[in-house]
Design a protein. Sequence first.
Length: 286
Amino acid sequence: MGHPHLSRFALFGGLIGLALVLCGAATARPLDEVRAAGVLRVTVYRDNPPFSYVDANEQPQGVDVDLAAALAKGLGVTPQYFLLRDGETIADDLRNGVWKGTVVGEAPGDVMMHVPYDKRVEVANDMVLLFAPYYVDRLELAVDPAKTKEAEDFALFEKAAVGVDVGTLADMVLISARDKKLLNNVHHFRGTDKAFAAYESGEVDGVYAPASEIEPLAKKSKRPAALLFPANRLAKDWTVGVAVKVNSSDLGYALADEMGRLKSSGELARIFASHGLTLNAPKQPE
């Protein structure tokens, strides 16, 4: 889904038990403590495919899970995952995921993956620091390859149907595009996967969603799909990175170094490709 708080963030910019918590395990640990323990606790979202999710055996899978394992390996430690259910806001998630822990006694991670990498998020959440931006997501259109010319500026959908996950930024872009002339042809679905199923069945001629959601679906699709990035003033890119607790800056810098190594070696791109995604990495730290 790109990020559990995509719409809120884009608009703002455009099981460790209770006993461990009571013993102080809820405090995120600096680098030396992580290395001494031999374990890096990593918070990943429970329901954020293809970045992180659980399989039929309740085991974590996804880009962020594999990336966290590579980062932990680079530090010489073993990853341990905290599967976080997303809250109402990114502030809730940062509190639960990296600096305090949950009200039911789950300790936070030493690091949290897939956090919006934006200075305003850091300023608004002064208990965390942001490091190591690793992916830039953006809204992408999957469309019938024979209709790409008309779709480049959304003109196609003044007469043809387009699918979108209801209530998302992509939805907002579509219903406001071309002076709202697309309004009657925007078909709403509960999830990009359902919108894409409608594309495969021929119900719609395109699907608009984050690239991280569209690309894996398009690659597996029985119906060919061209991928475009129509220009629109609301369709802003957003970058994700990692967060650590404010007293763990040394851990953050070490993770940033490891992320750089994974990028330069090609391992970061390989991890993304193994989950059907093309790595769109930040050109430089923002």
